[in-house]
Design a protein around this ligand. Structure first.
Ligand code: 3HC
Length: 349
């Protein structure tokens, strides 16, 4: 199976990042969004990321131009007709994803593979609406897609093993480190990550600590690349809430329900970086939050770390994923210095 022509549906930050990953690997890419303004935004997202790479001397202007030239843009799904693989990166709404997959099934050539970049929804339920469920898989990238090395390749009920394997091989050819994971709510990384992030918001809501204390505690004491509230702003508060709803529907644990301020920020239109504000305002350049309250930072770090490690252990013991895959996912998907089981080893040692 060869993948030469790739389609991407949805051109937000994540969709445009996925376009960039494929185009940088030398593949022809078709990027489609629902409207002309959404296509323009997708082009802008790609251009911003490429010019950042040029200014950091990661690629030359000539290489950036070659990457851009490999991408065709539009609003018409018919553009996907000859694609070997189409990756959907639309909002986290099952009915919308099913509508997109049923349309893709109609227009994409019969041997074409269809993949969803969903953050947590069931790939089997998405595949169900197509006449080719054995050719439907999950291909889940992490933000920012050009940076994070991990890709979850999700095998659904009817996914053909050869297709799952071929998509994992494709991810490797993009310079990523894939893991084949089961079709469970939140898969590996989002199940652990969002549970931890939601816990951090609850500390904020309960008045335990300020956003600066919470974020600087995890940056400085856990050595995570971002604090939890900053990371929620990067992921998008709406996407985060959708993932939490999926997890909560599975666990029925009230602690997995989205924390209050996530919902109130969304209601006031503050969905994170993509809208210019969330827990922080992004009108100005965002600087790493700081706080001098060392004692409270130690307390916040201990509380969040304990809960995070507990969730990782429960996930492993309940058969969600192996310790090695959880560790790899958190390191390569979220840029953490070590995985939770490696952290636990220090405590034991
Ligand atoms: N697009 C492209 N490249 C980017 C980028 C972007 N938006 N943001 C940063 N980069 C690149 C930079 O060019 C730089 O590359 P280089 O090392 O080759 O020069 C590198 O990333 C580091 O960037 P900076 O020095 O500007 O910034 P930081 O060192 O602070 O790193 C970060 C930024 C990579 C975002 C880092 O803070 C990080 O890894 N944060 C954690 C992000 C995370 O957890 N992501 C997963 C979220 S879960 C998810 O996405 C799943 C979904 O389903 C919800």
């Amino acid at each position: 199976m060869t993948f030469e022509r790739i389609g991407v549906v949805g051109l937000g930050i994540m969709g445009a990042g996925i376009v960039e990953v494929f185009a940088k690997a030398g593949l022809q890419v078709v990027g489609v969004a629902e409207s002309e303004p959404a296509v323009e935004q997708g082009k802008k997202n790609l251009a911003t990321s490429l010019s950042r790479a040029v200014s950091r001397e990661k690629i030359t202007q000539e290489q950036a131009d070659e990457v851009s030239a490999r991408v065709t843009w539009g609003t018409d799904f018919e553009l996907f007709a000859e694609c070997d693989l189409v990756v959907e990166a639309a909002p986290e709404i099952m009915s919308l994803k099913q509508q997109i997959f049923s349309e893709l099934d109609r227009v994409v050539k019969p041997e074409g593979v269809l993949a969803s970049n969903t953050s947590s929804l069931s790939i089997s339920a998405i595949a169900e609406v197509t006449e080719r469920p054995e050719q439907v898989v999950g291909m889940h990238f992490f933000n920012p897609a050009p940076v994070q090395k991990f890709v979850e390749v999700i095998a659904a009920d009817k996914s053909h093993a050869d297709i799952v394997e071929a998509v994992a091989e494709l991810a490797k050819s993009l310079g990523k480190s894939p893991a084949v994971v089961a079709d469970k709510p939140g898969f590996i990384v989002n199940k652990l990550l969002l549970t931890y992030l939601n816990h951090a918001v609850r500390l904020l809501d309960e008045g335990v600590a300020s956003r600066e204390v919470i974020d600087s505690a995890m940056r400085e004491l856990a050595h995570f690349p971002m604090g939890p509230l900053e990371l929620l702003d990067l992921i998008g508060l709406d996407t985060s809430v959708e993932v939490l709803h999926t997890i909560e529907a599975d666990t029925r644990d009230p602690l997995d329900a989205p924390a209050a301020s996530l919902l109130s920020l969304i209601a006031s239109g503050n969905k994170g970086r993509k809208t210019g504000s969330g827990f922080y305002d992004y009108a100005e350049k965002h600087e790493a939050p700081t706080s001098d309250d060392q004692e409270l930072k130690i307390q916040v770090h201990a509380t969040l770390m304990k809960a995070y490690l507990h969730t990782a252990r429960v996930m492993n013991e309940s058969g969600y994923a192996s310790q090695a895959d959880i560790d790899m996912g958190m390191k390569l998907g979220c840029g953490l210095p070590e995985g939770p089981f490696e952290t636990m080893d220090h405590f034991v040692a």
